[in-house]
Every structure is written in C-alpha cells, then in structure tokens.
Design a protein around this ligand. Structure first.
Ligand SMILES: NC(=O)c1ccc[n+]([C@@H]2O[C@H](COP(=O)([O-])OP(=O)(O)OC[C@H]3O[C@@H](n4cnc5c(N)ncnc54)[C@H](OP(=O)(O)O)[C@@H]3O)[C@@H](O)[C@H]2O)c1
Length: 268
C-alpha cells in the first residue's frame, strides 16, 4: 500500500486520516504533519501514527495530501514545493484552490489531483469529487479513489465543475442541518417537546435519504407519493413555494459557488 502523508492535519486532515485507518490502511503507511507540536502529540496519541516535519513527509511518502487552509497553501508550497520530486502525487483538499495554483509552485511534471470531500466522511458516508489536474493520469485518479472510497462515495468530475461541487456537496451538509434545525423549531411551535421533535425529524431525514439513494426514484416521484389531493403535505408545500424556498436554494448555492471562485482568485 502507498505511503500517504497528510500535510496540515487539522479537521479535514484528521477526517481523512481516521477514515483511512478505519478502512484498514496500515498506520505504518501514514504520516502527518502539523504546525503546532501540541496538535501533533494529540494525533500521535489518538492514532499511533508518525508525526513528522514537512520535509520528511516529502522524502518518505508517495502521496502528499495537502489539507492546510487555502490561505496557508502558498507558505507551505514555498517551503516544500521546490523539494518535491516530480514523481510524487499531490492530492489537494483545499476548497477553491485550482490545481494550476499547485502546478505553478511545483516542479514541472508533478501530478496534481483535486479532491472535494465532505464532513459525513466521519461516518463513512462522504461524497467525494475527484478531478485530474496537470499531469494526473487515470492511475493517479485511481489512487485518490482508493483513498477516498472507504470514506463513502466518490465521483470523477472535470475540474471546471469543482466550484459547483464545493457549493453543492462540500457545503451541503450545512444546508441539511439548517433544514433539520428549522423543522425541529417548527415541531416546538406545534407543541412537541424538543426531544420528540428532534427524534421525529432526524429519523425522517435518514429514512428519506435512504429512500432517495436506494429506490432510484426521482425526488419528485417520492414527494408526490406523500402529497395526496387536498391533504396536509400540499398545504405545507404551498407555503414553502410562497416563501420562495426553491428560489432561495438556487440563490444560496450560486452564492456559495461564487464565494469558492472568489477564494481561488484571492489565493492565486
Ligand atoms: N473538502 C471538504 O469537505 C472540506 C471541508 C472543509 C474544508 N476543506 C478544506 O480543507 C482544508 C483544511 O480545512 P480545515 O477546516 O481542516 O482547517 P484546519 O482545521 O485549520 O486545518 C489545517 C491544519 O493545517 C495546519 N497547517 C497550516 N500550515 C501548515 C504547515 N505549513 N505545515 C503543517 N501544517 C500546517 C494547521 O496548523 P495549526 O492548527 O497549527 O494552525 C491546521 O492544523 C482547507 O483548505 C479547506 O478549504 C475541505
């Protein structure tokens, strides 16, 4: 198995690391780097993996997964970029940063793959979108898939779609949590105890998600099956449409996509 180093093991880096370990990736084939030594100690204790400096990670690992904040990527690449042999595979987890950003700071010919995952990776239900950047071949994409498949589903997309992916599935869990939070509030408004409202909505969300995934039906069909003539559901749907929920989602995701573009521009 490939030796993978996670450079900048913060929240997302740890999420990848813990997923790889759950999937049976040998701890001996994983390295991490951190900026603060206390963070390194924490990870060493929690996972029994080696915490090294960036130069050692570059020397020993075949795959370098970069998980620093986009605004820290420039400094990291200034430190290690010129030392990276061109046969290492760079996997960027940095939201919004185009692969061209890395290519410009790495030796000519270094393969770069861009990955956008999401936080349900913590329960092995991530959605991870993988794009080939400069010099990345099918084999490089397959390595990225081998790393991210145990964390959930993966999909290959052209890099030009990554800002949209960031808006949809990268930020997506937050929209569902907001919806669930609002529905629990609605339950309280209707007089239900908070715990009961919480239980009702969380299980309804899980059941609906599993049906969406496993039935293969279009969401419109599934919604129609719960919407009887002159019934309760259609009364609620009329209010959702009156309040522009559909239009709000279109505008919200467009704003997230635009923000991803802005971050990329500010970082380059
Ligand atoms: N794909 C997704 O689902 C998704 C979701 C959110 C975020 N992201 C992306 O994932 C990246 C990380 O986000 P995060 O929320 O995990 O941030 P985070 O918790 O701040 O993690 C970044 C880590 O990198 C460390 N670091 C910074 N510079 C370093 C250097 N030169 N050498 C070694 N370590 C360094 C930081 O150390 P300190 O703690 O000492 O500062 C921090 O622990 C971002 O680029 C973000 O865009 C992706």
């Amino acid at each position: 198995m490939t030796v993978v180093a996670v450079l900048g093991a913060g929240k997302i880096g740890e999420l990848v690391l813990s997923g790889l370990l759950r999937a049976g990736w040998p701890a001996g084939k994983l390295l991490v780097t951190t900026r603060r030594s206390a963070r390194g100690d924490e990870l060493r204790e929690r996972y029994g993996i080696r915490v090294v400096d960036n130069a050692t990670a570059v020397a020993e690992a075949e795959v370098l997964a970069i998980a620093v904040k986009p605004q820290d990527a420039d400094a990291l690449l200034a430190e290690i970029g010129p030392k990276i042999p061109a046969d290492k595979l760079i996997i960027s987890l940095c939201a919004g940063l185009p692969t061209g950003f890395f290519a410009a700071r790495l030796p000519e010919g270094t393969p770069v793959v861009r990955v956008m995952t999401n936080t349900p990776a913590l329960v092995d239900e991530a959605m991870t979108a993988i794009s080939a950047g400069p010099h990345a071949t099918g084999e490089h994409l397959a390595v990225a898939e081998e790393m991210f498949k145990p964390l959930g589903a993966t999909i290959r997309v052209p890099e030009s779609q990554q800002d949209a992916v960031t808006a949809l599935s990268g930020s997506g869990p937050a929209y569902f949590y907001l919806l669930v939070e609002a529905m629990i509030d609605a339950g309280i408004l209707l007089g239900l105890p908070r715990q009961v409202a919480h239980e009702l909505i969380v299980q309804t969300a899980i059941g609906s998600a599993v049906m969406l995934r496993d039935s293969g039906e279009h969401p419109v069909k599934l919604r129609e099956a719960v919407t009887s003539p002159a019934g309760t559901t259609i009364s609620a749907i009329r209010e959702l449409e009156n309040h522009g929920v559909r239009a709000a989602l279109l505008a919200a995701l467009e704003a997230a996509r635009d923000r991803a573009r802005e971050i990329a521009e500010q970082s380059s």
